[in-house]
Design a protein around this ligand. Sequence first.
Ligand code: GLC
Ligand code: MG
Ligand code: CA
Length: 629
Amino acid sequence: MKSIILWLTFGILTNPTCSEVFGWREWWKGTVIYQIYPRSYSDTDGDGIGDLKGVINRLDYLQDLGIETIWLNPIFESPMKDFGYDISNFTDVDPIFGTMADFDDLIADMHSRGMKLLMDFVPNHTSNKHMWFQRSRECNDSSNLYMDYYVWADMKQGCVESDQNSHDKCVPNNWVSRFGGSAWEWDTKRKQYYLHQFLKDQPDLNFRNREVQEHMKDVLRFWFDRGVDGWRVDAIRYLFEDVLLTDDPINDDFYPQPNHQAQYNSLVHKYTADLPEIHPIIREWRAEVFDKYSSLGNYRFMGTQSYGDAKTLGLYYGTEENPEADFPFNFQMIKISPESVSGFEVYRLIHDWITNIPDGAWLNWVFSHHGKDRIANRFGEQNHRAAVLLNMLLPGTPNVYYGEEIGMTNIEVKFEDIQDPWGKNNPCCWKELNRDKVRSPMQWDIGVNAGFSTANHTWLPVNQNYKHAINVQVQLEDSFSTLRFFKKTLQLRKKFPAFRTNTLKYSFVSYEVFSFWRIPDEESVSSSSFLIAINFSNKSIKADYVKHFMPADVNLNTTYGRIKISSSMTRDEEIVDLKMLHLSPGEALVIQSYAIRTKTRRDFKHDLFYCFIYFMCCIHYNESKFDSN
Ligand code: GLC
Ligand code: MG
Ligand code: CA
């Protein structure tokens, strides 16, 4: 009898795999998105730059780590002024990265492992070497088929052509480029200005041109036909600018400081960012391209990228009737700095996002990427594991930048060696602005160039801390390493229904501490709940998580819990009393327990069902205490 009950219990409590739980349209809810900056991941041809074959060679590693989804930064043909974000041909692979055959091999290999590939869609601009731009600049005349492919404007009235090179007084208006300086560049051939929200080598496309819109949809189709599973859409907020070229207003709140982005921040980008016309375009991508390809049974994911407040970014989800992105990437955590990091600040940023996006919208978290400081530099090295826990165990989809799983840190690059145009073009502030510091080669082992490349010279220097345990090889063998910690956290996330809901319950929050519960939905009431408690301070903290810090609509079935993961990895499996939980300085804990949501309205049949589940659960609980479920 006992074994039958146990068997039954096991049947009820066993966790289905993520894809079963989420269904084919929602696979992106159950996954972790691992970002690969291909120049820096793995170099197979010895030129010091990573390539597609390199990514293929590392799929075993990624699969073993538990990664199922990769987002690849641009690999398209490009003069590489902005390292691939200046695209001269949207439908070919740049030879630096390999060939189309390599790409096909990559996707075939990934799909055979059940992995998904996301690519980078850059609709706002092309390279100035793109054929469309070359043709567009030829003349301002309706015989030119490409005349309106870009955003062209005349010089200000009263100016003459010879004024152009010397100063800015003739530019059409006050718009500023994201990378510094005027957003307008004089073209000597067409004798007009063209708009560039980024580098002058990245002219903005004119999205009011129907042909441009159609061409860009064809770009998506081209790669969908080759099997791509979805897209990260680059710089979405810059897709349109005011048609009347109205000056952007002065930002009254701007406090002039020797800030690296002073010029950009001195204006409110009312006429150059987040214009309402963007949304119908995204809906069209969704309805006419993504959904059409999804009907083949393989749901195609869309995530949009741009910065802004949570309310504005929330609009990129669209509505139920008119869906847009599956989610806009959430950069709240990128706002943390080593000076600001605290329990309360983390709470504030999380809460701000959750309360400002549309109700029920699926969450996601970005803790670092190819343009912002690495986690260890942003949160402080002592908080790196805490940040990994947050990323993995907050509700929603985590985004992981390559190398974070081993705790890679920023590199220091000398001014004369800077590659990134944002650093290079801003001698005043290159230290803050250069993005090279977060793009250094992946640290694989203790060999030459950390196993990244056999070249004498890699495109960016390898961080020398690879010699001191920040490399994959050493960390795989060390059971207390960051890599093992990362892997264990990912396994926990996949195993328990509590981590598949889109909700959290805040618990004790103070200047020092941030903590929250993950509780399964009512349907899976028999399964474990988890308390995640993080001490960001260098003080010891003792807290009563039962008396003071239970959310109102949650019941705790026991006052004890079992630590499943501790940041030091030395307390794992320890039983703790939640009435007197002790957190050492900088400690982060994941504690398994049995908290449940307080009953809401339910019918009798429903209650009977729950009685049965409780009965089974108690037996199971007595048998195996805090065991696997
Ligand atoms: C996004 C990308 C960045 C790029 C820019 C222009 O912000 O993250 O790397 O430089 O768009 O495409
Ligand atoms: Mg190479
Ligand atoms: Ca634009």
